[in-house]
Design a protein around this ligand. Structure first.
Ligand code: F6R
Length: 244
């Protein structure tokens, strides 16, 4: 695991954007696995800037997102579809037909999860998967549990995740209780993984996921078993780890 120390959120975002840029430059028709949430927003902002400056071309890039709330339509401002368009897709020259997310409006989990796995398979798998990590160590919406969930599945969100995500909704009742998420196996099949993490509130999760035992109680800990993981973490997120 390659642990890159960043000074703060901005520095983390620039470093992560550099890694994604390198991927796009080295393989213009690559498949990027993307995440939502606060952690990657600065990374997307930086990518948009470099695109505007003419340094990046997304014309042949394909994207697959980690997850989507079940029951939210694409035009719902809290849907991950909306998030991705608002933070990245609408501002770069990516072909919208080459951007994929689970369909939150498909009421049939079995059908939707199988469809999404097939999408990932048909684009040839993920070259670089971007991840954030939750306070409880979740990746995607893979919550702590007794076993690692494998493939794309329908998740019932934990209380702490609903609590953390309520900041984006009018009230906690509006936060969807379920989501479709890539599974641990789906994520681990990516050729490369890039984790961005920032802030003191994530320090415990970082310590447990990257320096603790590998356990389904801390889903992100499985990343220790992946052959090509880069974590870009800021000083605050690393504050509970003894790094020289
Ligand atoms: C987002 C996702 C989540 C977030 C995690 C951290 O697509 O799958 O696992 O990465 O909840 O969220 P933030 O970055 O908002 O702290």
């Amino acid at each position: 695991m390659n642990m890159i120390k960043a000074k703060d959120y901005k520095d983390m975002s620039r470093k992560a954007a550099n890694i994604i840029s390198a991927q796009v430059i080295m393989k213009p028709d690559c498949v990027l696995g993307l995440a939502t949430g606060s952690s990657p927003v600065g990374t997307y902002e930086q990518l948009v800037k470099w695109y505007e400056q003419g340094d990046l071309d997304f014309g042949n890039v394909t994207t697959v997102n980690l997850d989507e709330y079940k029951g939210l339509s694409r035009d719902n401002e809290q849907s991950y579809y909306y998030f991705m368009h608002h933070h990245l897709f609408d501002y770069v020259n990516i072909n919208p037909d080459r951007t994929f997310l689970p369909d939150g409006m498909n009421p049939n989990p079995e059908e939707e999860c199988a469809r999404y796995e097939e999408v990932i398979r048909s684009v040839g798998g993920v070259d670089l998967q971007l991840l954030g990590i939750g306070h409880n160590g979740h990746i995607g919406f893979n919550e702590p549990g007794d076993a690692f969930e494998t493939m794309t599945h329908c998740v019932t969100l934990k209380e702490r995740t609903i609590e953390a995500n309520k900041r984006f909704f009018a009230s906690i009742e509006d936060v969807p209780k379920q989501a479709y998420s890539m599974g641990i196996r789906t994520i681990m099949m990516a050729k490369k993984i890039l984790v961005v993490v920032s802030g003191e509130d994530k320090a415990e999760a970082v310590k447990q996921a990257f320096f603790g035992p590998v356990t389904p109680q801390v889903p992100g800990s499985i990343l220790q078993m992946h052959p090509d993981v880069t974590v870009v973490a800021d000083e605050a997120a690393l504050s509970k780890c003894d790094l020289v």
